[in-house]
Ligand binder design. Structure first.
Ligand SMILES: [Zn+2]
Length: 100
C-alpha cells in the first residue's frame, strides 16, 4: 500500500521493488485493502510492521464519568465492563477512536 498509494508506484514497479511478481503484488494489495476496510468499518486496530513502521490507525479503551480519566485497552469491548483504573468507579464508558 505504501509503494502503490503513498509513493504512487505502478504495480509493476512496486512488485519489482518487493521482489515478487505483479500478480502476487496485486493479490497482496487486494488483501491489504480488505483488511484495512474491515478495520476501518469495524474500528479495529491496524498494526503495521516491517521497515520503520510500528503504528496503529485507531485505538480503543475506556473512560471514567466519575474522574474523567481515559485509558487505552486493546482488549476493551462494549460488552466487557471494567472499573476505572484510577478511581475504581464503575461509571465507565467504552470508546473507539480513529487516529486518521
Ligand atoms: Zn475514575
Amino acid at each position: 500500500m505504501r509503494l502503490k498509494h503513498y509513493l504512487d508506484m505502478n504495480q509493476k514497479a512496486a512488485a519489482e521493488r518487493m521482489g515478487i511478481s505483479q500478480p502476487t503484488f496485486s493479490r497482496i494489495l487486494e488483501s491489504a485493502h480488505k483488511k484495512n476496510t474491515l478495520a476501518i468499518i469495524e474500528g479495529k486496530d491496524i498494526k503495521v510492521y516491517g521497515g520503520n513502521f510500528d503504528y496503529k490507525l485507531s485505538f480503543k479503551g475506556y473512560g471514567c464519568l466519575n474522574c474523567n480519566h481515559e485509558w487505552e485497552d486493546s482488549n476493551a469491548s462494549k460488552e466487557r465492563k471494567v472499573n476505572c483504573v484510577k478511581c475504581d468507579s464503575n461509571n465507565v464508558y467504552y470508546f473507539e477512536r480513529a487516529l486518521i
